[in-house]
Design a protein around this ligand. Structure first.
Ligand SMILES: Cc1cc2nc3c(=O)[nH]c(=O)nc-3n(C[C@H](O)[C@H](O)[C@H](O)COP(=O)(O)OP(=O)(O)OC[C@H]3O[C@@H](n4cnc5c(N)ncnc54)[C@H](O)[C@@H]3O)c2cc1C
Length: 458
């Protein structure tokens, strides 16, 4: 059995990122004190903001990081309260080859990994019956074949959604539960987007590093340590307004004003779309329209810990062909890499914002109903639960960026363009090729730091 989960993207589009600029950590590779005497304010302490801040500090700048939350990390945070790592945001290092900066950062803190085996997958149909390996193989083949047909049918600037393109190349395919499940559990999960809102032209053209994905069993967020070390980080400090002019920048927060020469904003796309921070003067039209037109999806995680396992502890993933597309249709079995009896359910696509808005009690009832459809009365009450609500997180509003039908990759990349050589954006949404990833966020921090450096040189 061959499950194609994240692999198809790599097969079609493998393009190793080889630029030396991104291969080392920002630590200790600083240009000589090029920014000495300059003051930079960095908004947000996720991977991109910390990377920019650390790099700029290493170049001699005085740097202050302002973070709304009481902790650093943003969409990278590990919760250990269940006894095994629950990754609230990013869970996998995608393509953990040696040239992947996320892998380099994780290696540097002595991380340990488990390769999540996409081939170790059992899928249940809508009645809770396990489907045969042959049927799963057929589903995977259909999924791959349809996406290949879409690729072949694309013409420059195609404005169809993935769903429209599926309906064109394989009419009726989405009424086959197996195909509909694969489109959601594989494609909607990896893109964070409902296929009906996702550009057929762009959804599969970003880049990937090599090797099968790994989860970090020692906790993904440990890699933040060296990035944050030595930085002046003001936690629980909500940025409200960013003003910039020829003289410099003023950042207004709920804890007072901060002034400097430059500001690097790592505000998530969701926060930019929701206009949680006012820009004075307003952002240039191009920036604002890219923010408006880019889309921001979400993914919901629900970890249920049980006293005893009622599932096959050797199988890494369970798929469930739930009737509603995206509803708790993929489950990761923690027993394949820890001693904890945890099943981690995922809601994706259009169902993820619905799940994000549920209370935890509603999420539990919803997720448990899916488990009971499969394992019936064997399902016991969970002894502990953790879940996520990214779409309603007031500082984030979702998981990661994607391109809508009719959109373009430049909507991401152009957001990294400096504004008046005072205001610089970074964050996963500012790099099309690596958006929605930790390594992408890291790269954008380096790019923003480089832009500040260039501005300072005049
Ligand atoms: C559920 C989920 C699953 C994911 N899975 C993966 C995965 O498996 N692998 C992978 O590589 N990537 C994954 N990602 C994506 C990855 O987590 C992100 O690409 C990356 O963490 C983004 O980093 P960032 O620095 O751009 O933004 P963030 O980490 O969001 O940092 C932005 C920071 O700005 C702060 N902020 C916002 N507003 C304000 C304000 N007004 N004032 C001050 N501070 C503010 C926020 O609190 C936050 O700390 C996942 C993300 C999510 C949510």
């Amino acid at each position: 059995m061959k499950s194609p989960f994240f692999n198809r993207r790599k097969l079609l589009k493998t393009a190793l990122f080889t630029s030396a600029a991104f291969m080392a950590t920002p630590l200790g590779r600083a240009k000589a004190q090029a920014l000495s005497g300059k003051k930079v304010i960095v908004v947000g302490s996720g991977v991109s903001g910390l990377t920019a801040a650390k790099t700029l500090k290493n170049q001699g700048a005085e740097v202050i990081v302002l973070e709304a939350k009481p902790h650093i990390g943003g969409r990278l945070r590990t919760d250990w309260s269940m006894g095994a790592p629950f990754e609230v945001g990013a869970g996998w290092i995608h393509g953990p080859s040696d040239d992947n900066p996320a892998k380099q950062l994780a290696d540097a803190v002595g991380s340990q990994y488990v390769v999540t085996d996409d081939d170790s997958l059992v899928v249940f149909d809508g009645t809770g019956e396990e489907i045969s390996e042959e049927d799963l193989e057929d589903i995977n083949d259909s999924w791959t074949h349809i996406l290949d047909q879409i690729d072949e049918s694309l013409e420059n600037g195609d404005r169809r959604s993935v769903l429209e393109a599926i309906n064109d190349v394989a009419p009726g395919a989405m009424s086959e539960p197996g195909v509909a499940w694969a489109m959601s559990a594989y494609t909607e999960f990896s893109t964070g987007a409902p296929i009906e809102n996702l550009s057929a032209y762009y959804f599969n053209s970003d880049k990937a590093f090599d090797l099968p994905d790994v989860a970090v069993t020692t906790g993904y967020d440990k890699l933040l340590g060296p990035l944050a070390e030595g930085l002046d980080i003001k936690l629980s400090t909500l940025v409200q307004k960013i003003a910039y002019d020829d003289e410099g920048v003023t950042v207004a927060t709920d804890k007072g004003e901060f002034t400097g020469d430059y500001v690097v904003s790592s505000l998530p796309l969701g926060a930019l779309k929701a206009k949680t921070v006012t820009f004075d003067p307003p952002l240039p039209e191009d920036h604002q329209s890219n923010i408006d037109n880019l889309a921001f999806g979400t993914v919901t995680k629900l970890a249920l810990k049980f006293k005893e396992p009622f599932w096959d502890i050797e199988t890494q993933y369970f798929g469930v062909m739930t009737q509603e597309k995206g509803r708790w249709n993929y489950w990761l079995n923690y027993r394949t890499f820890s001693d904890e009896n945890i099943l981690l359910g995922l809601s994706v696509g259009a169902y993820a914002p619905v799940a994000d808005k549920m209370t935890e009690a509603e999420q539990i009832a919803d997720g448990m109903a899916v488990l009971r459809d499969v394992w019936g009365e064997a399902v016991t009450e969970p002894v502990q639960v953790l879940s996520t609500h990214w779409a309603v997180d007031p500082h984030t509003f979702g998981a990661y960026a994607y391109i809508r039908p009719g959109g373009s990759s430049s909507q991401c990349d152009d957001l990294a363009d400096p504004i008046e050589d005072r205001l610089f954006f970074c964050g996963e949404h500012t790099i099309f090729d690596y958006k929605g990833t930790i390594h992408g966020a890291y790269m954008t921090g380096l790019i923003a730091a480089e832009h500040v450096s260039e501005a300072a040189e005049g």
